[in-house]
Design a protein around this ligand. Structure first.
Ligand code: PLP
Length: 416
């Protein structure tokens, strides 16, 4: 008898409980037993204040409370409310107007955008490419759609963006298929906190242009901007966007936008997939295929969440209020990043290059054993690759100072 009784495996590796949620549960159990102040839970992927409460932007709550029953209850159009699609573009581009066609389609969060991108721009059994350090659900989504996720090394030995590794992988993939979708999560990459700088972007786009000189080939570059508002200033974080305009027609940039972090609406499942092209036919096709996908998966998105974003971008005063509230949340995260990075140095540990964002990676051998050891001292984090993922978003400032020392001790003890 096969592995499943009634279900079908369909080329997926389904391993039971999600690792991150499993460790989070252990942290919660210990906190309930010995007290929350004695536990440092660095597993949670949402921004918590120093008392462990989810940060929710107050103006968002007020906007939700102003909605009418119909705003909640009615269906939204399959492709999303037009006012929402305009607002989503503004949320990504602010006042900047791209000099090419830009189209958007509503999706349930960035997850839905990534799903639609893979479904519509790759074929069954294709390889989808991302970096070795990546957000786990990329693999889940690829498997759901019967695609294979392959990886290149994000960093070279000098800790710089590894363009050579990407080139080698693309050389290999183009011997097997003529089209490839690359997922790039920047700025504030999950899980390392890296943001591509302008040299990285130049190198990347020049490389991709070289590959697409052969017109038989197609490259789709899906930029996952889930943490766009958690990098440097709003303009600085968006400096790469104009580089995505007017690329060769067979090098197509897509953007996965999420309302989860930037608008603290994690549970309301709203986002958008965007497409930029100088070619109107490619843009029309984008709208068509993604509307079809929406209809055949979740149908339409969450109308109330769409209404809130529409209202924000129709009201300059409200927008400024939200930017200010977000800035407060961001300064909390920035100061945690500073405290943590200094404490890591003081503890003699090393990290992946961290620029900004919710997560950082502490490098070590045998991360599983180190995590087990650290749990004994009340520190809960996620072993990942050759390191440990620390959610700075969920650690209080005082724990950001304390945790590196505990990890150093755990690394020492796990070596015995
Ligand atoms: C790297 C990355 N991309 C995309 C998402 C999508 O989030 P959502 O589907 O809630 O918008 C997340 C959420 O954690 C993420 O970490």
């Amino acid at each position: 008898m096969g592995k499943y009784i009634m279900a079908e495996e369909n080329q997926r590796t389904i391993s039971g409980e999600d690792k991150i949620f499993g460790i989070n549960k252990l942290a919660q159990d210990m906190a309930n037993e010995i007290g929350h102040d004695k536990v440092a839970n660095a597993t949670v992927g949402s921004l918590l204040d120093d008392d462990g409460k989810l940060v929710v932007l107050p103006s968002i709550v007020k906007e939700l409370q102003k909605l009418t029953p119909w705003d909640f209850a009615e269906y939204a159009p399959i492709a999303g409310l037009p006012s929402f699609l305009d607002a989503a573009k503004k949320a990504v581009y602010l006042n900047y107007e791209p000099k090419c066609y830009l189209e958007a389609i509503a999706t349930p969060g960035g997850t839905g955008a990534i799903r639609n991108a893979i479904q519509n721009y790759t074929k069954r059994d294709d390889v989808v490419l991302t970096s070795d350090w990546h957000w786990g659900p990329y693999s889940t989504i690829a498997q759901e759609l019967e695609r294979k996720l392959d990886i290149y090394s994000l960093f070279n030995e000098d800790g710089l963006y590894n363009i050579e590794s990407l080139k080698d992988k693309l050389d290999e993939i183009f011997t097997q298929q003529d089209s490839v979708l690359i997922i790039l999560n920047t700025p504030s990459h999950n899980p390392t906190g890296y943001s591509l700088n302008s040299d990285d972007w130049d190198g990347l786009l020049n490389l991709l242009k070289t590959f697409t000189e052969d017109e038989k080939r197609k490259i789709i570059l899906l930029v996952d901007v889930a943490y766009l508002d958690f990098d440097g200033g709003p303009e600085e974080a968006r400096e790469f966007l104009p580089m995505l305009e007017n690329l060769p027609y067979n090098l197509l940039p897509l953007i996965a936008f999420s309302m989860s972090k930037s608008y603290t609406m994690y549970g309301m499942r709203s986002g958008a997939l965007m497409c930029l092209s100088p070619n109107k036919d490619i843009i029309d096709e984008f709208k068509l295929v993604n509307s079809f996908s929406n209809r055949g998966t979740w149908s339409n998105g969450t109308r109330s969440a769409m209404m809130v974003l529409s209202h924000i971008f129709e009201d300059q005063t409200l927008l400024e209020k939200i930017l200010q509230e977000r800035e407060e949340a961001l300064s909390l995260l920035r100061s945690r990043g500073d405290v943590f990075t200094k404490a890591i140095e003081a503890a003699g540990l090393s990290m992946c290059p961290y620029v900004s964002g919710f997560f950082a990676i502490v490098l070590c051998d045998d991360p599983e054993a180190v995590v087990e050891e650290a749990m004994k001292d009340g520190v809960f984090a996620v072993p990942m690759g050759v390191g440990i993922r620390i959610s700075l978003a969920s650690l209080s400032s005082s724990n950001c100072k304390k945790v590196p020392g505990i990890l150093a001790k755990a690394i020492k003890n796990s070596n015995h």
